[in-house]
Design a protein around this ligand. Structure first.
Ligand code: MLT
Length: 398
């Protein structure tokens, strides 16, 4: 009999969004006449840009001809895409070399897979509330997590506690689920803490494209010292509508090195390269061709237009909450609005009420951690029409 990875006994039976989808499908089966509006999972609704689609088609054509056919690609991704990512960073002032970029099928896989580079004995510091992938993947690999409290008082932006030592720190800014964004001074405090503790920061920047204030950092690599203590994850999902097409990138600076117990210097860049080239054969050539188009002037303009469209939805949601004096966070530099459940309700109770009474789906804050138990997340990724209708329906029960 195989001995199974019993760490799986310590995680919830289903992943948060799978559980929500199960409950919604059950409701729809039982109530086929009701029209459900989904503002739960952060899945985009705007299609890919025309230029991206054109490049995807050209990529597919290349694969159909012996002269332009591509077999296995470079493990880190094609230079034509890595170079564009590097230039994108340079345009907002961060220095990231093309060979420090690893193209992947998205930030979710990479933020989960990166746990393999760390021994089970580390102190893993994770904010509460947080994107559940960080928690679940650490538990799956037998690691012990210490939580740091994100709450209304600190604006859901926990800062380091000098009396607590950490080895691995997860930060997400703009934050999923709260929409809160660290400023440069706050991130500098985190970088200094990591350098002092000889720790690594795993920085999830998947929502950076929603930042409109040039003073707010879109990358941890805008902070002095970060290249010695941080890995950054990013994605085309929310920036360019790739949730179904799948492409992302992870930046591992070459100077990110730590000592092994026998004194050997180990490079996280070399380890991730080794891991990826052993377990991953790269993102498809066709998808990488499409992703490269995102960085052209026309591609970026279309992305900005779509993001502005979603930001208008966030304003629609915020206006309704303002009208009813409901406290909320996020929604300005983020597609997510995080608000207090009315009348002190718990978040799963509020989820059920919204689904059963007005057929609107959101995400209960409890799914992101204990500190979310009285909060609720709505996404602005719907259409204008669906968002407006959802808010009219929600108003009926506020
Ligand atoms: C979310 O709704 O939190 C995100 O869509 C999840 C993800 O990006 O994997």
């Amino acid at each position: 009999m195989p001995r199974l990875n019993e760490n799986y006994l310590n995680i919830k039976e289903s992943y948060l969004f799978a559980e929500i989808s199960r409950r919604v499908s059950k409701y729809e089966e039982e109530n086929p006449d009701k029209k459900v509006i989904r503002l739960g999972i952060g899945d985009v609704t705007k299609p890919l840009s025309k230029n991206v689609v054109k490049a995807l088609k050209e990529g597919a054509e290349d694969q159909g001809s012996a002269e332009s056919f591509h077999g296995y690609g470079p493990e880190q991704g094609y230079p034509f895409l890595r170079d564009r990512v590097s230039e994108y960073y340079a345009a907002f002032g961060a220095q990231v070399d093309s060979d420090e970029i690893f193209i992947s099928d998205g930030a979710k896989s990479d933020t989960g897979n990166i746990t393999e580079l760390f021994d089970a004995d580390n102190v893993i510091l994770v904010p509460d509330p947080v994107y559940p992938v960080y928690v679940d993947t650490n538990i799956m690999s037998g690691k012990t997590i210490k939580y740091m409290s994100g709450n209304a008082e600190n604006g859901f932006l926990p800062m380091p506690d000098d009396s607590v030592h950490a080895d691995v720190i997860y930060l997400c800014s703009p934050n999923n689920p709260t929409g809160a964004v660290y400023n440069k001074e706050q991130l500098k405090v985190w970088v200094d803490y990591a350098l002092k503790n000889d720790a690594v920061i795993l920085f999830d920047a998947a929502y950076e494209a929603f930042i409109t204030d040039p003073e707010l950092p879109r990358s941890i690599f805008l902070i002095e010292g970060a290249r010695k203590c941080a890995i950054e994850f990013c994605s085309f999902s929310k920036t360019a509508g790739f949730t179904g097409t799948r492409c992302g990138y992870t930046v591992v600076p070459k100077e990110l090195c730590f000592k092994a117990t026998n004194g050997t210097e180990m490079s996280l860049h070399a380890m991730w390269f080794r891991r990826q080239s052993t377990k991953f054969n790269g993102t498809s050539y066709v998808v990488q061709r499409g992703a490269a188009e995102v960085f052209t002037e026309a591609g970026m303009a279309e992305c900005r237009e779509n993001i502005a469209y979603y930001q208008e939805n966030a304003r629609t949601i915020a206006e309704t909450l303002d009208k009813h004096n409901i406290r909320y966070f996020g929604g300005t530099h983020s597609p997510y609005i995080w608000f207090e459940c009315p009348n002190g309700m718990d978040s799963w109770g509020f989820f059920d009420k919204l689904l059963n009474e007005v057929q609107v789906v959101g995400t209960p804050g409890a799914g992101f951690g204990d500190n979310g138990k009285n909060f609720f997340r709505l996404t602005s990724f719907g259409s204008h029409e669906a968002t407006k209708e959802a808010m009219e329906r929600i108003e009926k029960i506020l």
